[in-house]
Design a protein around this ligand. Sequence first.
Ligand code: UT7
Length: 309
Amino acid sequence: MGTRISGTGIYVPKTVLTNRDLERMVDTSDEWITTRTGIKERRIAKEETVINMAIRASEEAIRNAGLVPEDIDLVLVATLTPEKRFPSTGCLIQSKLGVGKGFAFDITAACSGFIYALDVADALIKSGKVERVLIVGVEKLSEIVDWEDRSTCVLFGDGAGAVVVENSDTESDLIASRMYSDGDLWDLLYAENGGYIRMRGRELFKVAIRNMEEVCREVMEEAGVSPEDIDLVIPHQANIRIIRSLAERLGLPMSRFFVNIERYGNTSAASIPIALHEAIKEGRIDRGDLVLLTAMGGGLTWGATLIRF
Ligand code: UT7
């Protein structure tokens, strides 16, 4: 039994916050943000909520998979910004979509949340427990950003990405994956209950590059492929300089990396599913392509997944 990716969808808020707008809010410049991070603008949820962004993305993913909500038997949500302490965002989405059966839960793994969710869904599908999983990465980070802290407020954005994965009796699209965490490093990136995002950026930067390179090499080794075999890498969009370093370390040109950080900034758990959807829509992924997803975030958490489309 294998796991197949059958549909993707996204929703990004209407309001665009540019670097120029931020220049009027904190002591920063478009030049600093662009050269140090690669970000030009990000989306901010004003009228949108976590749930309605998730619903829009999910409806598109389910439609693209050729399914209806009633076909889903697990709603798995990766988010740092749930609307309620409980019930889970997954349960709220399950209800609002009208799934009507199965179960739902949330995963808290910060920017690696989507990679974790994909791996958990894959395991549950391959064990025969579920058949069709809706995975949603959704964030309203603008609510936990300290808009007076220039070292973090320029980095983050809001949005949602959804993916439907299903069991298949032919080959698996998901061919290798790894999840890791190191709780000893939790204070490099965190938010207290009711508090703002706090980050030790420079330290995190180095760990992010090292860990993502290692985990990417591990999944490639498990699948018996080398970096040159990878058609497209879809990395978590945290900093263009992290992505460039990863490309250099893996010996791959930037043309094999999907980048949309300039438009959305870091959307945490939503970053990879949004990028995956856009890569498919832009024709960057052909049938049979090898696609490598990798992320690193608060926890610390990190991981990678290798997909044969
Ligand atoms: O999503 C999870 C994974 N996330 C990450 O891995 C993020 C990793 N870290 C980073 O991406 C980078 O460390 C940042 C983008 C957060 C910061 O870039 P940096 O090149 O590491 O800058 P820095 O923190 O070393 O700061 C350099 C200077 C400082 O000034 P001094 O001390 O040299 O005078 C900062 O105060 O830049 C200053 N600075 C700013 N200046 C203008 C910090 N933020 C800003 C700003 N505008 N927004």
